[in-house]
Write a protein that binds this ligand. Structure first.
Ligand code: HEC
Length: 129
């Protein structure tokens, strides 16, 4: 009897441990709905309301703002790369300096919210090695 109780307690412990582990590695931490609100305010002038890279402020840029709905391209980027691009700007990742740095304007958790929005609603993709 004691043995059964111990076994049950052990199982419960294992279950609660796995429940507290982070979601699949492909899913960025962050809240896509909050990210969307930030994206609409800060990113659409260049990346466009649908994230396709065709916003009015991006029209004269060369290279053009990235089409963030291009799943084939976006799945070559890790979540950490997307985070770093937004946080530190294009130049920090070897891309155009016309992509601004947002770390002064957005908190880390807000940047993760935007990464989650890009993954869930714009490219609808995950990083693929
Ligand atoms: C002033 C215009 C401008 C604004 C505003 C802007 N971007 Fe960009 N962004 C660019 C340009 C230009 C590029 C393309 C860089 C390149 O391909 O060299 C880019 C590229 C990117 C990339 C792709 C990086 C890569 O490695 O290919 C991501 C992701 C991105 N922007 C996210 C955002 C997010 C999120 C916001 C809002 C917080 C934002 N951008 C606001 C101009 C802008």
């Amino acid at each position: 009897m004691i043995k059964e109780i111990c076994l049950a307690a052990g199982l419960v412990a294992v279950f609660s441990l796995s429940a507290s582990l982070p979601a699949s590695a492909g899913e960025p931490k962050g809240n896509p709905a909050k990210g969307k609100a930030i994206f609409m305010e800060k990113c659409t002038p260049c990346h466009g309301p649908e994230g396709k890279g065709n916003g009015p402020a991006g029209a004269a840029l060369n290279p053009k703002p990235r089409n963030l709905t291009d799943a084939q391209y976006m799945s070559t980027l890790t979540n950490d790369h997307i985070f770093k691009t937004i946080s530190e700007g294009g130049a920090a990742v070897g891309k155009s300096p016309a992509m601004p740095s947002w770390k002064a304007a957005l908190s880390e958790s807000d940047i993760w919210n935007v990464v989650a929005y890009i993954r869930k609603d714009l490219c609808k993709c995950e990083y693929k090695k």
